[in-house]
Write a protein that binds this ligand. Sequence first.
Ligand code: G3P
Ligand code: CA
Length: 275
Amino acid sequence: MKKAFVIGAGLAFSLLFSPFQQAFAAETTGELRKVDNVAHRGATGYAPENTIAAFDKGVEMKADYIEIDVQRSKDGELVIIHDNTVDRTTDGTGYVKDLTFEQIRSLDAGSWKGEEFTGEKIPTFDEVLDRYHGKTGILIELKSPELYPGIEGQVAQKLKERNLDKPQNEKIIIQSFNFESMKITNSLLPKVRIGVLTSNRAHTTEQALKEFATYADYFNPSYGIVSKELVDQVHSLGMKIQSWTVRSHEAAQFLLDMNVDGIITDYPDYVDPRK
Ligand code: G3P
Ligand code: CA
């Protein structure tokens, strides 16, 4: 069980004091059951993804974490955007890696979602860390790190500058579809939790899961490949499992029934057990 020994106490503390998590007391067993509610790219169902509006909405909806996608501008600024180009979610065009921060910052990242969001900007990693740390957890995805050599070190530096690389900061998780990048990140930040992302069943074999467990704390699959057996196997290897992307009440209920540890959703209210 990688790193669990240094974070167990912190987790128990947050479990006791989070009202959302207390709502998950499993009546049948008498045990407290923790399911993290993760706002995917913010509360994307209600505001433009990966913007301050979406992250604020996630916090307002009492998500345990906001999920963010980190990439890098041509001149080295870490920025929060999902696609490798700005085309879909802004009024501009081009690859993130080919645009300067000034060019990226001048784009409108809100109006595509609705007139009321006109003027939303692409946030920086610095801004998100400073605005949300301590208010909510941050699930940091390194998006396409193969396009950004050395991005793992840059991210590690930003966390270290803020003392967010310490064991008590159990509400910071770094994840990626790029497993080599997560191995590097784990060696740079040995006390920060690491996740691997996949939608590929080939990554659910015993051999693959055992390999992930040598450096990862979370195995985070798309919900289409989740089963009770997979959840049990991941747990037996000492990892947790957060699954994505929930956009319906049925999918949320399915994952609750599967006993996952976290649900990554565009609609944080869909996984609130009080509804
Ligand atoms: O956090 C899981 C999820 O974000 C992975 O998929 O494409 O939305 O980044 P994607
Ligand atoms: Ca993501």
